[in-house]
Design a protein around this ligand. Structure first.
Ligand SMILES: [Zn+2]
Length: 335
């Protein structure tokens, strides 16, 4: 079966497309014929290599996917032919964190395509517990576009920041998958949203998704439009950090899930204790929230954005497109 994989770290040229033996579902597992997979920044980090991450080659990238169940292992109840969304993370399911619904803190937490084989393949095998039924009105494209981005954004906006109606929420990097989700989720909960980007096309898109104020952070000072915000949703990191700290109102909360501009940020701790700020880290989220997210998408209250679809054979071009940062929404891989 066709799959995209790497056998070494490096630039997009290390991505190879070739044939691998079809994976066979074991007990409690199902095989999914993948229709679409989507790219996340995680794919690029893994392709380039992360400290401490040891892969067994060939390594298939990709976290998100949608498709049709094609074969089932012993002890499963899913029917062959079921249209499904594959939840992109695995955890032990039995430890304290898993039982509390905070499984991204599980010692055995794994994201597909990072610690284990991913979804950039015609056929994948996953635990049956990772399947969610794809509603008929949700397309396979949208089903593959939203899981990782929306679960990550939901965790930041709803679970960690507890955004409420009337609060002012600043979302950086408006064109990314997580930020486009965060803008929509914050608006759904009644917040006033200020969105930043260095690209006017992405700011136009942010307005369409409901942002009340948009700021081009290359040509304008976002701090002038974002005074005394309750919540900041950030993955830009270093270049905005000191300004972010100053924009927060007393008791405000900054949630970070990344540092695309650099991680070596400087924090004036006097702001943190005198103004009682909360600086909170976030990675992925909880599958407990997935049914709520899926329901809001089915009802049209959240609309995952697809930028462009590439065939599997052109996955290197898809990675380059993502690295060019020109995309507005998610990049899909068609299988
Ligand atoms: Zn666990």
């Amino acid at each position: 079966v066709r799959a995209a994989y790497i056998t070494e770290h490096g630039d997009p040229k290390v991505l190879k497309v070739g044939d691998i033996p079809p994976p066979e579902p074991g007990p409690g597992q199902v095989r999914v014929r993948v229709h679409f997979s989507s790219l996340n920044h995680l794919d690029i980090w893994i392709r380039k290599g992360l400290p401490g991450l040891k892969l067994s080659y060939p390594h298939i990238l990709g976290a998100d996917s949608s498709g049709i169940v094609d074969k089932v292992g012993p002890g499963t109840t899913t029917k062959v032919g079921a249209e499904v969304i594959v939840y992109p993370a695995l955890s032990c399911g039995t430890c304290h964190e898993c039982r509390e619904g905070t499984e991204s803190l599980c010692a055995h937490y794994k994201i597909l395509g990072e610690h284990v084989s991913g979804t950039n393949a015609e056929f994948i095998v996953v635990p049956e517990a990772n399947l969610f039924e794809k509603p008929k009105m949700v397309t396979f494209e949208v089903a593959a576009a939203f899981p990782l981005a929306y679960v990550t954004a939901w965790e930041m906006v709803v679970t960690k920041a507890r955004v409420k109606a009337g609060q002012r929420v600043l979302v950086h990097g408006a064109g990314s998958g997580v930020s486009s989700a965060a803008i929509q989720i914050a608006k759904h909960f009644g917040a006033e949203v200020i969105a930043t980007s260095t690209d006017d096309r992405k700011l136009d898109a942010a307005k369409a998704w409901g942002a009340d104020t948009v700021v081009n952070s290359r040509t304008n000072d976002f701090a002038a439009s974002a005074k005394k915000v309750d919540v900041i949703i950030d993955h830009v990191g270093q270049v905005f950090w000191e300004k972010n700290i100053r924009c927060l109102k007393t008791g405000g909360i900054l949630v970070t899930c990344g540092a695309t501009s650099g991680f070596d940020a400087k924090t004036d701790l006097r702001h943190v204790f005198f103004r009682q700020l909360r600086l909170v880290g976030s990675t992925m989220g909880s599958r407990r929230d997935f049914p709520d997210i899926l329901r809001l998408i089915r009802e049209g209250k959240l609309s995952p954005i697809v930028d462009k679809t590439f065939p599997l054979e052109d996955i290197a071009a898809a990675h380059m497109h993502m690295e060019s940062a020109k995309q507005v929404g998610k990049i899909l891989i068609s299988l």
